[in-house]
Design a protein around this ligand. Structure first.
Ligand code: PMP
Length: 280
């Protein structure tokens, strides 16, 4: 495991953030999480493109290019000797006396590189449980912002209910999970919430659309209600860290037969193929 802050690699427990740092005090920044397989970051370009878009959306004046970030991450992976693990990359509006308007200081770039274990096999084989929860977040959820309080509160409620994820509901329709995108399968078609300001454009979502295309599985982007979700043939979630994960029970209601569905399994397998092709 290794850390990085503004030009130098550090130990993870080194004290490097001054109290008056805007990520720390305001959550004034954005981030990315990238999964590393066999020492290689998967869909790195896409993650970095989204990071640049998040920076632009909150008017963070970064001078680093996608290429600069790529070099930084690859250097970090090498230094940390990371094989299977996750890279967390964060950009904030820097270190300045606490005051709301933008300061004229350099942005702060920090990163952690951590060895991780793959998701417990039981979750994949049996599927996970979820709750539904009001989407109490702001109107710009397409930005991968550091402000995660509503996500954290909903996730905690899920955990306290013995569940893995909270599925967020806005204006009567499913938006996404607290840290995932949500899908249902009905009559052979995969259905997911359309991209808008209210959800994050998941990188795994992008890969799953490609996987569905390769498998000739119909893929539809449309809004769906919690009621439709409970009556679906299959439900699953995606994220960089969980990949494609079946959800078999929501708010105590069993989805179909209560076991991972066939289309979910096929998409998971095709996602593994995409990884194999991308990683040497
Ligand atoms: N939505 C939210 C709110 C998230 O935090 C995440 C995790 N980054 C996702 C969706 C899934 O995105 P990705 O597939 O890029 O990890």
């Amino acid at each position: 495991d290794l850390g990085y802050i503004n030009g130098k690699f550090v130990q993870l427990d080194e004290r490097v953030i001054p109290i008056e740092e805007r990520g720390h005090q305001f959550g004034d920044g954005v981030y990315e999480v990238i999964q590393c397989y066999n020492g290689q970051p998967f869909m790195l370009e896409e993650h970095l493109q989204r990071l640049l878009e998040s920076c632009e959306a909150i008017k963070l004046p970064i001078s680093e290019t996608l290429e600069d970030f790529r070099t930084l991450i690859l250097t970090g992976i090498e230094k940390a000797e990371l094989q299977y693990g996750k890279v967390y990359l964060q950009v904030t509006r820097g270190i300045a006396v606490r005051n709301h308007p933008f300061p004229d200081v350099p942005v702060s770039i920090s990163m952690t590189l951590k060895d991780t274990e793959p998701l417990a096999e039981g979750y994949r084989v049996n599927g996970v449980h979820a709750i539904t929860h009001d989407d109490e977040r702001w109107a710009k959820c397409y930005i991968k912002s550091l402000n995660l309080l509503p996500n954290i509160l909903a996730k905690q409620e899920a955990q306290e209910a013995g569940c893995f994820e909270a599925i967020l509901v806005r204006n009567g329709f499913i938006s996404e999970g607290t840290s995932s995108n949500i899908y249902m399968v009905k009559d052979g078609a995969v259905i997911t919430t359309p991209l808008s300001n209210h959800i994050l454009a998941g990188i795994t979502r992008m890969a799953v659309i490609q996987a569905a295309e390769e498998l000739n599985i119909p893929f539809v982007e449309r809004y769906f209600s919690p009621k439709e979700l409970l009556e679906a043939d299959e439900v699953f979630m995606t994220s960089t860290l969980v990949e494609v994960l079946p959800i078999v029970k929501i708010d105590g209601t069993v989805i179909d037969k209560g076991v991972p569905g066939e289309i979910t399994k096929k998409l998971y397998m095709q996602y593994q193929e995409l990884k194999k092709k991308a990683l040497v």
